[in-house]
Design a protein around this ligand. Structure first.
Ligand code: ADP
Length: 422
């Protein structure tokens, strides 16, 4: 069993990575490629990157891989024709051109639905449907769907993580009627459980990369869910805080929590719900005032057991959604002490307070109480910050076991293939 390997491939916001694990979850190989500038928006570059990542895995390891899964950035989408050839350049996750169809979308979708955001997959599909090239389109696919197609050759298949912002109903496992009535409905992908084995790699892919003919390509997921899976969190009440440029909270809950006011929504994860919210506070504000070396040095001079009296709301620009919903919220960074160590203490303390407020809000809205918090992102390695944060929580804070989304996607493939065998 140990000789059965799975490969996870992550297409994130700045680069792509591949991780091969064995059946016990031990990493066997890792490869990475950056996707910068124009390349990040070009499907040809995606294809080149995908094949490069696989080709750089040592051949001996490659031939033992029996399942592959891919994650992509959420709501990065494209249209392609009957042969899988893109008919336009893709629309990236943060593309806001679909603002133009938001009014139309409001008439179509139920109030407060996640698809109403201008960057949702459905908003993008609607926008694309009004472009001249649309008549050539046969399939609407997410980044992960199309990359998987390059390996298994099947078109029109997605997973319910990628398809959430397309309007797929993850509670009833179907597209809602308001969606299937639309003229764009024939382009909607068939949606399966993330990790489900879809098909074996094509003969040409197997030959080209020395992969086994019976190597399965499984349904994928999104990059942020993949990062959650990598953390090691699996049980009810377990959460992952990402202390990256922004502050992102995710909590495994029995109940589904949705609140459009605070931008809170839930993904399905097996029988549980992965509920979460994202704040604009976080490391990007720290970066504005401190270099990474300063962050490390100054943090060591802070006594984490001492409560900083400084009460900030650190933001780069005005406005936040979660846990405070106020588009006009002003960054609060006053009073500013002359001592930079004290200033940093106040910032770390304040972000910890906002994190605590965030989890309180999720629980107030019905999420399962916290039992453990894993931490990922640039701030996770800061032991002082962890100790400050721990003052706010009864639940223990632990490091994420793995932080690479590609690792989480390899786990997804492993579970997918194991379920298939049972
Ligand atoms: P992203 O969300 O952009 O992927 P990362 O997870 O790589 O970000 O984290 C980068 C952030 O981590 C930066 O904004 C930086 O300020 C912050 N950071 C880096 N080192 C530390 C540290 N020792 N303590 C706190 N924050 C840190």
């Amino acid at each position: 069993v140990k000789e059965n390997y799975t490969l996870g491939i992550d297409f994130g916001t700045s680069g792509a990575r591949a991780v091969v694990i064995n059946a016990l979850g031990v990493v066997q190989a890792e490869t990475r490629k950056s996707l910068i500038g124009e390349d990040i928006t070009q499907v040809k570059a995606w294809e080149y990157t995908l094949f490069g990542l696989i080709a750089e895995i040592p051949p001996k390891i490659r031939q033992k891989i029996n399942a592959i899964a891919i994650d992509g950035t959420s709501s990065t989408v494209m249209l392609c024709d009957a042969t899988g050839t893109p008919v336009t350049t893709p629309l990236m996750y943060n593309d806001t051109r679909a603002v133009a169809v938001q009014k139309q979308l409001k008439v179509i979708a139920p109030p407060n639905h996640t698809v109403l955001s201008a960057t949702s997959s459905l908003a993008k599909l609607l926008w694309l449907s009004q472009q001249p090239t649309f008549s050539d389109a046969k399939y609407f696919l997410h980044q992960a769907d199309w990359l998987a197609f390059l390996l298994h050759g099947k078109l029109g298949i997605s997973d319910y993580h990628n398809a959430l912002k397309l309007g797929y109903d993850v509670e009833h496992f179907c597209y809602p009627i308001w969606l299937t009535q639309l003229a764009i409905a024939p382009l909607l992908p068939q949606v399966v459980v993330p990790g489900t084995p879809i098909a074996e790699v094509t003969a040409s892919i197997a030959t080209r990369f020395g992969l086994r003919r019976d190597c399965y390509v499984c349904a994928g997921t999104t990059d942020s869910i993949a990062a959650f899976l990598a953390s090691g969190a699996t049980s009810l009440g377990e959460a992952v805080t990402s202390l990256g440029s922004t502050l992102v909270l995710k909590l495994l809950s029995q109940t589904r929590v949705e609140n459009s006011l605070y931008g809170i929504y839930s993904h399905r994860l097996g029988d549980l719900w992965l509920t979460g919210g994202a704040s604009n506070t976080g490391g990007a504000v720290l970066k504005q005032f401190f270099s990474n070396t300063e962050l490390e040095q100054f943090s060591r001079q802070i006594d984490p057991q001492k409560v900083s009296p400084l009460d900030y709301y650190p933001l780069l620009q005005r406005g936040d959604r979660f846990p405070v919903n106020d588009p006009d919220l002003q960054p609060r960074l006053e009073p500013r002490p002359d001592n930079r160590v004290e200033f940093l203490h106040g910032l770390l303390e304040s972000i910890a307070r906002i994190e605590h407020q965030g989890y309180q809000l999720l629980q107030q809205l019905g999420a399962t109480p916290l039992t453990r918090i894993y931490t990922a992102g640039g701030g996770a390695a800061n032991a002082t910050w962890t100790a400050i944060r721990q003052r706010y929580f009864k639940a223990p804070l632990v490091m994420s076991q793995h932080t690479e989304a590609a690792y989480g996607t390899a786990l997804l493939a492993l579970r997918g293939i194991n379920n298939n065998r049972n």
